[in-house]
Ligand binder design. Structure first.
Ligand code: PRT
Ligand code: ZN
Length: 304
């Protein structure tokens, strides 16, 4: 489809998410936390939005950028690695940019890394000259090599990239890594990071000019509210006024303490919004610094 082709106006927003795989469950959980609910179709490929006119299309992650490009879906949740790869392929083919990342979503984190046999020494990217590198991300890798003026042979594989050096089809690999266990099992070691990836909300470069634009804006606002809350906790306790300075020093990631109204003037109630993780160890430190009756409360919703 050409970017100038006018799509018929639609009054429902359609989001493509992975049908099954690493991003499927967390994507649905996130959208559910945004207040969306659906009725599933029999074939389980389409979910009709019940709480809002926001429908889901359940597909393979590889198809998501293309579905946005063709206007079949308005938005998609996909790994940055997949989005960047397909955007890179379009760029390299001289095609216009039709979709891009709207938001990082904070799950599905992994890295696209270059990994070499563990017995090799690593002297830097120049070492890659004329080497064979197996990958499922040829466009991202080619851009990275071009930026460093390195001429290497990119061996494109759709899966099982990590066994290519063992099979002799490549000297090294460029693949996604999360725990690193797959590399270790294949006697490879990571040496360079090409891309820090996570699940992202992808959308069109040109937004629709009908009701879908306001539905997308509503969704973004709710998503921002949900992601902002991720590690946010409301912390409540009682303390003497003299202890406040030390307690605030122990809470560098929290808002200034708010003194709550109370009839008590010695043990005063305080509360604060903490933006970092509150471990048991932190609670014990706060107790040693004079806080009593410490309580950590989850924050369910916020409109920032
Ligand atoms: O069927 P469909 O095409 O939709 O699924 P898929 O098999 O292509 O994708 P899936 O579900 O495997 O991954 C979807 C997305 O999850 C990816 O595009 C990434 O954005 C993200 N993600 C996060 C990962 C990983 N972590 C990951 N570790 N995708 C793949 N891996 C693989 C990696 O390729 C390697 O084989 O896991 C192995 C390495 O893992 P560690 O933990 O051993 O380092
Ligand atoms: Zn896939």
């Amino acid at each position: 489809m050409s970017p100038t082709k006018v799509m018929p106006a639609r009054d429902r927003l359609r989001i493509a998410i992975q049908k099954s795989g690493r991003l499927a469950e967390p994507a649905r959980t996130l959208l559910t936390a945004c207040g969306l609910s659906w009725r599933e179709s029999r074939d389980k490929l389409f979910c009709y939005g019940e709480s809002s006119p926001v429908d889901l299309l359940l597909v393979r992650d590889d198809d998501i950028p293309g579905l946005i490009a063709d206007g079949v879906c308005d938005l998609g949740i996909v790994g940055r690695n997949e989005l960047e790869e397909q955007a890179g392929e379009r760029r390299r083919a001289g095609l216009p940019e039709l979709y891009h990342e709207w938001r990082g979503l904070g799950f599905g984190q992994c890295r696209l890394m270059l990994a070499i046999p563990e017995e090799w020494d690593w002297d830097g990217p120049a070492q890659l000259q004329d080497k064979r590198i197996a990958t499922s991300y040829p466009a991202v890798l080619a851009d990275w090599l071009d930026a460093r003026n390195i001429d290497a042979h990119v061996v494109e594989l759709s899966g099982s990239v990590e066994i290519a050096p063992k099979l002799g089809t490549a000297d090294m690999i460029c693949d996604l890594v999360s725990s690193g266990a797959t590399l270790v099992a294949n006697h490879l070691k990571p040496v360079e990071t090409l891309l820090e990836s996570e699940a992202v909300l992808a959308g069109p470069v040109r937004e629709p000019d009908d009701i879908r634009a306001s539905l997308a804006a509503m969704l973004l606002r709710r998503l921002d509210g949900v992601t902002a809350l991720k590690d946010r906790k409301l912390l409540m306790f009682r303390a003497k006024n003299d202890y406040v300075a030390e307690l605030e020093r122990l809470l560098p990631d929290a808002d200034p303490l708010t003194r709550l109204p109370s009839m008590e003037d010695e043990w005063v109630p305080f509360q604060t919004m903490c933006h970092g993780v509150i471990t048991w160890q932190r609670l014990e430190e706060l107790e040693r610094a004079g806080a009593q009756g410490l309580m950590v409360l989850a924050v369910e919703r916020t409109l920032a």
